[in-house]
Design a protein around this ligand. Sequence first.
Ligand SMILES: CC(C)(COP(=O)(O)OP(=O)(O)OC[C@H]1O[C@@H](n2cnc3c(N)ncnc32)[C@H](O)[C@@H]1OP(=O)(O)O)[C@@H](O)C(=O)NCCC(=O)NCCS
Length: 498
Amino acid sequence: MQRLTQLSNHLNPNRLSSKTSKTLTVTDNRTGKTYELSIVDGILPGSELAKIKDAKNNPLRLNDPGYMNTVACVSRICYADGNTGVLTYRGYPIEQLADHSNFLEVAFLLIFGDLPTKNQYATWKYKVMTHTFIHEDLKEMMSHFRYNAHPMGLLVNMISAESTLHPEGNTALNGTEIYNNPEVRNNFIYRILGKMPVFAANAYRRRIGRPFVDPINGLDYIENFLTMIDNYSDPNYKPHPTLVKALDTLFILQAEHETNNATAFLRHLASAGCDVYMCIAGAAAALYGTKSGGAGEAALRMFEAIGKKENIPKFLEEVKQKKRILYGFGHRIYKNTDPRVKIVKKVVVDVFRILDKDPLLELALELEKAALSDEYFIKRRLFPNIDYYSGLVFKAMGFPVDYFSVLFTIPMTAGWLAHWVEAIQDPDQKIVRPRQNYVGAPRRNYVPALDRKPNNFELESTRSAQQRRREALLEDDINYFPEDDDDDDPSGEYNTSI
Ligand SMILES: CC(C)(COP(=O)(O)OP(=O)(O)OC[C@H]1O[C@@H](n2cnc3c(N)ncnc32)[C@H](O)[C@@H]1OP(=O)(O)O)[C@@H](O)C(=O)NCCC(=O)NCCS
């Protein structure tokens, strides 16, 4: 334990260097002034850009929706090179980690910065696997969700509910400095990593209407997860080693991906001083989006909707007309190849060796081939990303489609915790608060209701059958919804009380 604490201190990112290497000379044609701006580590700091001022002394700002070209933090966790298709965690190539490591070891690497020694790994595993049991009240809460509730809804709720059970992590009560203590930080890390698969397994069991299975701390991380998912009453139950290995590999590949949408959101929340559970819950919610971690689910549903190979040309035509998205294709960083895809394809082969081959695989391969030879995708440098194939593995393993994001959230928790540790210790980390370019109405005075001009605001909303039934009489008999498109009740019929 003490050695883990020492390692946390050793890897304090306060030591990050910031060397000024070059400058950029800019002449502002609006004012005729010339500026010499410092470039630090190849990056132009926003504060340097702000030195350029217009005639009214307003600083020059960068408009970058989606942070396409904005660096928001200094990090030492993950390196992804979009042009060469390289991905490393703390310097170790993803291919080597997938071949030789396991998820729990990779989680240690990400969070503490280096591979654990044998003893450190033993302590680490013991700590994580002895923080797996969840509060009985949370189990009860989980059993009250509707049987068909989306499992990500359960997961996000449970992570944030866990926050209420640990007020010692609440920075509003204890101050943000509580997390400066590595022993406190580590305790939250063990708890979150330990409990995440339990929440995930319970979400699964809730969905199939089966009792929750308690964690077995003596098992490995993935074995324990699959046991909680599948076991009924066999005290010697063990999941198939090929499936354990397949999930372990996918967990390694999905554990970290620098400042992706969800991780950026985690850093956003951490910068506000949220407790660690809320940070992870927020990141998980972001990951659920179909343009992010939800893409695996969306891709699988897309394969199902396409149905057969003959429908591929029509589908691609609609994608090109922007009527549809080819889920599992394209990436903000990777513009040549996603290095994880090659590894996932190997996992697909391993899994299909012991489980039935999914006919959707043929369709996915055909669709990939068609897209990769189409000018639209070539020109935009769109390639399959990890979500294109991971969903096929998950489906072959028998996981429901809406469970895919959960299977992404468990491993990403390791990367999030690594970013959380880095962010809360970064002396340069300010509260994240982007600027906006206001183009709305100029200052105007409040207008009393009777004097307001008509407008086109659309207040109609979709209505359930029940609503329509309840409101039918009102609509027919007393014109409950008066037409309001040309004037604002000239008769004053509805305004008598104003
Ligand atoms: C991942 C993603 C959000 C990256 O977005 P981005 O970096 O902002 O790239 P853009 O959305 O600007 O895409 C550039 C162009 O390619 C098109 N494009 C990108 N991904 C596409 C896709 N999956 N299907 C169809 N067209 C796509 C865009 O429409 C855009 O076309 P345009 O130049 O005619 O406007 C995007 O590729 C996407 O939505 N992919 C599908 C969802 C997915 O698989 N997400 C998982 C990521 S791991």
